[in-house]
Design a protein around this ligand. Structure first.
Ligand SMILES: N[C@@H](CCC(=O)N[C@@H](CS)C(=O)NCC(=O)O)C(=O)O
Length: 237
């Protein structure tokens, strides 16, 4: 059994997709990030020291429970545990790593910051909006170039697609029209129609943050500092 620390967000969906695709036995632990600050609870920081979902605890190894944080590390762990969805068998593992790191260091952070300035910022900041929209579009162009060589990032459907899909799935809500990126648009449609992906993006959908997100309704998403990680400083213990 795997405990899956989750909230219905793009980063949470990446791991939900893999768990659903592999048919693994898992128990979802919903964290209330914006209102309770569950991410800062001492018990959760012991699993995920960066105070972010997703994270897992694997109780099925027969030895000590194994904790894993960071979506890319979790997807690699599950691929190594199952042998499933690693990409075309002939590819070198460095390619798998390149695309997982690319998502973690580029597409995810840029889309995440764009989402903050589109959905949460208390006022409109044109400089930040232009900066992150430009970077997000630049990343989509990188993906477009890759996908114009084949149907999936690693030749066949893999953890690299699962890692990347959620931040493209929400492109429209970030103000980006994928019409200019036909290979990405076709790939998005194909992945979205997979039954496991549909189950994953619907997982605890009712707990999604509402549209009106601000520092008083969702205090734990704003103005985070090092203080938030001080032992027992905040969050539900
Ligand atoms: N690089 C991390 C990003 C994780 C992340 O940013 N998770 C968000 C939800 S989408 C979170 O836990 N936010 C809590 C907060 O901002 O306090 C990963 O890929 O796992």
């Amino acid at each position: 059994m795997i405990d899956f620390y989750y909230a219905p967000t793009p980063n949470g969906w990446k791991v939900a997709i893999m768990l659903e695709e592999c048919g693994l036995d898992y128990r979802t632990v919903l964290l209330s990030l914006p209102t309770n600050g569950d991410q800062f609870a001492e018990s959760f920081l012991a699993i995920s020291p960066n105070a972010r979902i997703p994270a897992i605890v694997d109780h099925s190894t027969g030895i000590q429970p194994v904790t894993v944080f960071e979506s890319g590390a979790i997807l690699l762990y599950l691929f190594e545990a199952t042998g499933l969805f690693g990409g075309e068998p002939s590819l070198r593992s460095k390619e798998r790593n390149e695309w997982l790191f690319w998502q973690s260091a580029n597409l995810g952070p840029m889309a995440g910051q764009l989402s903050h300035f589109v959905n949460y910022a208390p006022e409109r900041f044109d400089y930040a909006l232009n900066r992150y929209r430009g970077e997000y579009e630049r990343c989509i162009r990188v993906l477009e170039t890759r996908l114009s060589r084949g149907d999936y990032i690693l030749g066949e459907y893999s953890i690299a697609d699962m890692m990347t899909f959620p931040w493209i799935f929400i492109a429209k809500s970030l103000g980006i029209d994928l019409a200019a990126f036909p290979a990405v648009a076709a790939w998005r449609t194909k992945i979205k129609s997979r039954p496991a992906v549909r189950r994953a993006v619907d997982l605890l959908k009712e707990a999604q943050f509402t549209k009106t997100v601000n520092a008083s309704t969702h205090p734990h998403l704003f103005n985070q500092t090092a203080q938030h990680l001080a032992p027992r400083s905040t969050g539900r213990q």
